[in-house]
Write a protein that binds this ligand. Structure first.
Ligand code: ARG
Length: 229
């Protein structure tokens, strides 16, 4: 019998990302970010032993299904297509997709101005699917690493980046500072949740831990630390 609060015998493999700032990324060889710290708090409450496994977006779903990893906390948006294939925890973050262009761009003001344009984003992301559905787009370029999409925008090899708004805000505050601007409205409202394969045995503890860290103030202090200013 596994009592709640007791460490399970197995060390869970938890998929994270290298480049999804400020949620999950690597810096000086260390895992950092809001999700890395939120996961630490969840695992502690749930009595879950774990190790983090960095991977690219497009590797996560196959790795969950094959059992290479047990869970993933990597800005994974819950949607219908993914729910057909995977199981998700309760959502822990509300967000959306936004459009970024260069500071000097006068032609793109909304998604309707994207006809004949090139959009760069992350491969297999919800933004990649969204961009692919826009009518008249010249090209939707998908990269394993979102920084390549930002580099394309700055080099004018793409007219626009569509991606998760908090990651775009982070880019605007750092490497993109002064060189890019947000345009248009939030394109698609999304929420993030912890992913697992169907019929897993972990999401029950994960959900109750999410509820506890939300009630005891841990979530709020992490939110303030990473998004507060
Ligand atoms: N939220 C977007 C999505 O789920 C992008 C997230 C990037 N990272 C990831 N592991 N999916 O497609």
């Amino acid at each position: 019998l596994l009592l709640s609060g007791c460490a399970q015998s197995k060390t869970l493999k938890v998929g994270v990302e290298n480049d999804f700032r400020p949620f999950t990324y690597m810096e000086s060889g260390e895992h950092k970010g809001f999700e890395v710290e939120l996961w630490e708090a969840i695992a502690q409450k749930g009595g879950l032993r774990y190790e983090l496994v960095p991977m690219e977006t497009q590797e996560i779903s196959p790795a969950l299904k094959s059992g290479k990893i047990d869970l993933a906390i990597a800005g994974m948006t819950v949607n219908k297509a993914r729910k057909d294939e995977l199981a998700f925890s309760d959502p822990y973050f509300q967000t959306g997709l936004v459009m970024l262009t260069t500071a000097d761009n006068e032609t793109i003001r909304s998604k309707d101005d994207l006809q004949g344009k090139t959009v760069a984003t992350k491969l297999d992301s919800t933004s990649y699917v969204y961009a692919g559905s826009l009518p008249g787009l010249k090209e939707a370029k998908g990269y394993p690493d979102i920084d390549q999409a930002y580099a394309d925008l700055l080099a004018k090899k793409a007219d626009c980046v569509i991606f998760d708004e908090r990651n775009i805000h982070d880019f605007m505050q750092h490497a993109g500072n002064g060189r890019v601007k947000l345009v248009g409205e939030v394109l698609n409202k999304e929420s993030y949740a912890v992913a697992a394969k169907k019929r897993n045995r972990y999401l029950g503890s994960v959900n109750s831990a999410i509820e506890q860290v939300s009630r005891n103030g841990t979530y709020e202090s992490l939110y303030m630390k990473w998004f507060g200013s």
